[in-house]
Design a protein around this ligand. Sequence first.
Ligand SMILES: [Zn+2]
Length: 204
Amino acid sequence: MKQDKISILKQYLPEQSAPIIAAWIDDYACEFKISKTRNTKLGDYRPPFRGSHHRISVNYNLNPYAFLITTVHEFAHLVAWNAHQNRIKPHGTEWKNTFKKMMLPFFELDIFPLDVKKAVVSYLQNPAASSCADKDLYKTLKRYDAPKEDVLHVEDVLENQHFTLPNGREFKKLNKIRTRFRCLEVKTGRMYLFNPLAEVKLVS
Ligand SMILES: [Zn+2]
């Protein structure tokens, strides 16, 4: 069902782009898979073989912008393959022109933040850019990865900074006494001693 496809894709892609990608999957009769992490590849395209479908897979843990750009990258391989089969280089002129054209609808929807847009444009203009994972482009995309766990240890909190425990109690970190830290509970004004490795969250 197309609607199901769109709602699944929305979990991975910028929302407005999901209907377009869902339509591509149907129009190009592509077997589209969201796959578990592979460290070496962000995505993958396999041309049809002995009557099978085109196959594309994209890593599930990319941030939405990286997921979209990787998806368009792989679809550009599909479209270029339909037009030229094996007669072209994987990231040659034909692929690049196809990729450029296929990025247009997303530029028109104004989906990308400015720095990502600039990085994509310069990626497309750079004739040397040829890999599936252009360094500059993906360095920019990395900025949009969700921050890793915001839990840290009391020893990492700066003096006088406030932090909370999982139960919500708020403290202010003071000085170290031997192996533990003195912390003042904000609400009660009481002093406590904390193990340096206690897991806490910073109060922003
Ligand atoms: Zn590629």
